[in-house]
Design a protein around this ligand. Structure first.
Ligand SMILES: *[C@@H]1O[C@H](CO)[C@@H](O)[C@H](O)[C@H]1NC(C)=O
Ligand SMILES: *[C@@H]1O[C@H](CO)[C@@H](O)[C@H](O)[C@H]1NC(C)=O
Length: 347
């Protein structure tokens, strides 16, 4: 009760103060307004403390990912797709290198139209951490572009400057959306997918969902692939999306419990039994995150499912080069290997 009186009195005082400025202020009002300023100050500090990390995170995004040309991709455009209500994902589209001069200064419409130029198209589904500007992702985009293909590299929800929270079904939804978005613009061009690391799980999930809709990729490349989400969680990280929750230091505590119950599936082994698309498996023998034996198992399952030596290939890279889990893009033989794979799709 006393509080309410206090408040209305303050309002009244303030109004009076405005009308006739020089009127002296009663002492008790002065004290209470000081107290409320202190409260406002405290609350503001708390709010600032909670939002600054978030703001920094959002602002830093705006800088680096919207200008792919700063990162050596000079025929690339940055754009955003709304893959679901409240989810906006960032995508880079790099056109074939032979069009680089033409591409200078062009807008999104030009790039969208370019997708229909008949060149093969790759969607690149990246691994668990960081964003589309990581050097090994730019490296793959450059290889594809130099071969005369389009490369579309997406940051799934929660990654990079994309909004939303990363979840297994969410990542698949984003990839499906990108597939359909490309298909609307690409005419009869080949549309392939390249999934790296955890992105291999997104790739096979997406391929199976497409099958259920009577659609498919024309070719699949799996690089440093996992066999299942359980394995990814056991082998590498406590939970593949833990990094995400560490960005929000104030809510971690609540989310950790939720994540523990958020089982990961990424059942690449089961998915491979349904997929009938040509697959090429790339793996470095010194991969320190996913051992070579996993690639061999993926190969075995896919070959058996497709009952074909031709449609499923395993390309191991000698451990002496030190490519580990991310470095295959540096191999000078890789462009030819990819070209031959793409050519085999139309043969
Ligand atoms: C993207 O990753 C780079 C490091 O590869 C980092 O410096 C940058 O802040 C990241 N940007 C976003 C928006 O996450
Ligand atoms: C842009 O890319 C093309 C093709 O890769 C290259 O020849 C050219 O030198 C690049 N230009 C700049 C300014 O980086």
């Amino acid at each position: 009760m006393r509080r309410r009186v206090d408040k209305s009195e303050r309002k009244f005082q303030a109004a009076r103060h405005q009308q006739s400025s020089p009127s002296p202020r009663p002492k008790h009002v002065h004290a209470s307004s000081q107290w409320s300023w202190a409260k406002i100050g405290l609350v503001s500090l708390l709010i600032l403390g909670a939002t600054i990390p978030f703001l920094l995170y959002v602002l830093s995004d705006i800088d680096d990912l919207s200008r792919p040309s700063d990162l050596g991709l000079n025929h690339t455009i940055n754009f955003y797709l709304k893959t679901e209500e409240g989810v906006r994902v960032g995508v880079w589209h790099t056109v074939p290198e032979h069009r680089w001069k033409e591409a200078q200064g062009k807008n999104v419409e030009w790039y969208e139209k370019a997708l229909g130029d008949g060149s093969p198209i790759f969607m690149y589904l990246h691994g668990n951490t960081g964003n589309r500007s990581a050097p090994h992702r730019i490296g793959v985009a450059n290889i594809l572009s130099a071969l005369g293909y389009h490369a579309l590299v997406m940051d799934y929800r929660g990654f990079g400057d994309s909004t939303g929270e990363p979840t297994e079904p969410g990542l698949t939804t984003d990839a499906l959306y990108l597939y359909n978005w490309i298909k609307k613009r690409s005419g009869n061009s080949l549309l392939c997918v390249w999934g790296h690391s955890l992105g291999s799980g997104v790739t096979t999930n997406t391929a199976v969902q497409l099958l259920e809709q009577g659609k498919k990729f024309d070719g699949i490349i799996l690089e440093g692939a996992f066999l299942s989400g359980r394995m990814a969680a056991d082998q590498v990280f406590e939970h593949p999306f833990t990094w995400y929750y560490w960005k929000f230091p104030y809510i971690q505590y609540f989310l950790f419990n939720q994540m523990k119950n958020n089982n990961l599936d990424f059942p690449t082994d089961k998915n491979l039994e349904k997929i009938r698309t040509p697959i090429m498996i790339l793996h470095s023998e010194d991969d320190h995150i996913v051992p070579m034996s996993v690639a061999q198992e993926i190969y075995r399952i896919a070959k058996k499912a497709q009952n074909s030596d031709e449609r499923v290939k395993l390309v191991p890279f000698d451990g002496k080069y030190g490519y580990l889990h991310n470095g295959l893009y540096r191999d000078p033989a890789l462009p030819n290997i990819v070209r031959e794979f793409v050519q085999s799709l139309t043969a």
